[in-house]
Design a protein around this ligand. Sequence first.
Ligand code: SAH
Length: 257
Amino acid sequence: MNNDNNSIHDFDFNLICEYFSSMDRQGPGSDSSTLRALSFIDGLTEQSAIADLGCGTGTPTLTLARHTPCRITALDLFPTFINKLQSRCQQEGLQHRVNPVVGDMCQLPFTPESFDLLWCEGAIYNIGFKRGVHEWRQYLRPNGYIAVSDAVWLTNQRPTEIEQFWLDAYPEIDTIGAKLSTLQDEGYHPVAMFVLPDICWTDHFYTPAVKAQEAFLSRHIDNPTAINLVANQRREAELYHRYHRHYGYAFFIAQKQ
Ligand code: SAH
């Protein structure tokens, strides 16, 4: 069925999914940042529809579901994450309002103008900020909102090491001003912007990751893929501790013009 390369690839892929699904969040964020972004959005009712793009195992999705009366479609590329979100919804009795779907944010399976709010926490880098806000706009109803968090530079001069790291990882990292300008160019009216506090990276992401990494390594002792994955995650955390003054995530809230 598979050639050898594909089998190895599938195996690595399963390991990556296993590691990230063992954590509540797959990227920096917090409930209070989700709620802060939500506070800028007016007029949501039981009739409103939200799409959470790149929802992961759904921690932000569940916060949205608990604090709005809306129907939520939560989409992620990886079935493991979507399955986990599905069982979390059932545990909380939210399965009637939350619809977890496996899908690709680069080819959304939606009808144009079907959402009042597009949500995307720490995931738009997979399509790129400019392409994402451009292509997703068609799925918003008139005056609908987008709320998206993405990597930004917080200084204009950066040490080469961190500049190079980000340019390799996500060349679309840019200043807040440049991202706001992109939103305006793409037909959105900016409503609010805030920089995620450090604890979104530390207490809510890198600190719980330490335990997840130990448990993961103990399950996959001597597995080079697992060792490599954890080494990369640890390097990322270490770079954050050294250079967090220079970069972060900003939450952008904007309305379709
Ligand atoms: N929003 C979640 C997850 C952020 S991590 C949170 O804040 O915790 C980024 C997510 O994007 C991962 O769950 C990853 O599986 C998903 N992803 C990556 N490429 C994708 C694609 N092409 N389409 C949809 N989701 C994608």
